[in-house]
Structures are given as C-alpha cells and as structure tokens.
Design a protein around this ligand. Structure first.
Ligand code: PTJ
Length: 247
C-alpha cells in the first residue's frame, strides 16, 4: 500500500482496490470479482462515495430485520471475504447470524482460503464447508445452488452482499427474506431483495453493525427506497453538471 500517497485525492478508493488485489493474490477473490468491483466503483463515484440518506434508511431496516430473524445467515463470497472479513464476523456476532461460504465461481481452494480468513478473524463456525451437509436450492443452475442444510437452506433471513439476481430470486421463491448490499440500484438483485443497501459494503457494513446494537423499527418500502437512491444519483449529477458549467 505504500505506493499510494496519503494525500492522493482518491486515496481511499485506491486503498480499497489494493485490498482487493492483495485478496486476489491470496486466493480469495475470483478474477471476475475484480471486474465486479470495477462496476461497483463506477456506481460509487455516481453516488458521491458517501453513505446516502436512502442507504442509511435501508441499514436501519436491515438491522431490525436481522435482529428479529429466527435463523439469519450471512452469505460470504470472495469479494466480501477480501474486503471485510473482520466486519462480517462482527456483524454475525451482533446480529446472531450464521456465516456461510457460498460462491458463484466455486473452487475448493478459494472456499478453503475464505474459510481460513474468516476463522482468523474469529468466526466460531462456518457453514457451507461440509459436502455431506449440502443440499440444492431449487430454481438455480449456478454453483450458488449448493447450500448448507443448517445454513442458508433453513434460514429465514439471508444477507447476500454483491450478489447475482438469480440467487436472490431463488431465495425469495424459497420463502426467505433477502438483504443485500449493492452499489447498483438498478441491478436485478437490488430490485428483487427485500432490503437493498445501495452503498459500498466497506462503508455500510460498519453502520449496520452499529445499528444492530440498537435496532429500531422503521417503515420501509424497498422499491420506494431504490427510487430515492436513483434520484440521489440524479441530484449528484445535476450538481456536478452545474459546477462544470461555472468553472
Ligand atoms: O466470489 P464469487 O465466486 O461468489 O463471485 C463473486 C462475484 C462478485 C464475482 C459475483 O457475485 C458476480 O459476478 O457479481 P455481479 O453479478 O457482478 O454483481 C456484483 C454487484 O455488486 C454489482 O451490481 C456491483 O455494482 C456491486 N458491487 C461491486 N463492488 C461493490 C458492490 N456493491 C457494494 N459494495 C462494493 N464494494
């Protein structure tokens, strides 16, 4: 990380990139995960690289849903393991959720590496590691259909950060509530989930952990909140366009 000057105007974003590259080298992240991050970065730029009002609202709603859940599970993929393993373990602790490794580009070695990093960060038990305990989620053809009987399969609430739309739909069809983090408010995942936190998971997860310590019930409608997120992007772009005209 020492080649990024601390006074670089985009230092924070570059540090996150660096973390991803290190996690890729450590065998946690798929190549495609680096590209998925690039798409996220572009949306982060559009939302102004800060937690918006709509995201704060979704975080409050998510904390309440998690705390009310009977059997919540956090689904961990390569990107999330690379970006915030420590915070995933903290979130599991404050919310009472289980942690399950579930991959789209599934390989044994990446699963093991993710397991190890979660263990190192204090995860007491990690689901999705024992083939004997696995089963299939119906309506899904990707590797993500393989889930743990005692984890995602029997969960009532599933947190799916950086997700693909197909599994969100399959989880919904299986009667589960879905909470996602997705910087793209127009993605299928964002539109299908019950609660979409349109923010960089690196920022939002810390706020979600805080909110789980003091959960409050709020009125929440995901479609309306997504519309608000899109309008926030529009307002940000309008402001940028005005500034460009003045200068
Ligand atoms: O580790 P695996 O094998 O399970 O694969 C994980 C990836 C992320 C590669 C896989 O799930 C994938 O291809 O995802 P998608 O379909 O590209 O969707 C990722 C979504 O997350 C996109 O809408 C991105 O905008 C968004 N995103 C990327 N980085 C972040 C993000 N959202 C929040 N925070 C981020 N840091």
């Amino acid at each position: 990380m020492n080649h990024i000057p601390t006074n670089h105007p985009r230092a924070k974003s570059l540090y996150i990139r660096e973390r991803l590259v290190e996690a890729f080298d450590a065998g946690l992240i798929a190549k495609e995960g680096l590209m998925a991050h690039g798409r996220g970065e572009a949306f982060d730029y559009l939302i102004g690289e800060k937690t918006s009002k709509s995201a704060k609202k979704a975080i409050l709603a998510a904390a309440f849903m998690l705390k009310q859940a009977r059997n919540p599970v956090i689904s961990v993929n390569g990107n999330i393991a690379g970006l915030c393993s420590k915070e995933i373990v903290q979130l599991a602790k404050v919310s009472g959720a289980k942690i399950e490794v579930n991959l789209f580009y599934a390989t044994k070695s990446r699963r093991q590496n993710i397991f190890r990093v979660l263990k190192k960060n204090g995860a007491p038990r990690i689901y999705g590691m024992d083939k004997k305990n696995s089963t299939k989620l119906s309506g899904l053809d990707s590797a993500r259909r393989i889930v743990d009987r005692d984890g995602i399969y029997s969960a009532d609430v599933v947190v799916v950060p950086l997700e693909d739309g197909d599994r969100t739909l399959a989880l919904k069809k299986a009667g589960k509530k879905v909470i996602t983090f997705d910087l793209n408010p127009m993605s299928r995942t964002a539109e299908t989930a019950d609660i979409t936190i349109v923010d960089n998971v690196v920022r939002a997860i810390i706020l979600l952990i805080k909110s789980c310590k003091n959960p409050k019930e709020i009125k929440f409608d995901n479609s309306k909140n997504l519309a608000l997120a899109i309008l926030e992007i529009k307002a940000n772009l309008t402001r940028r366009a005005r500034n460009a005209q003045i200068s």
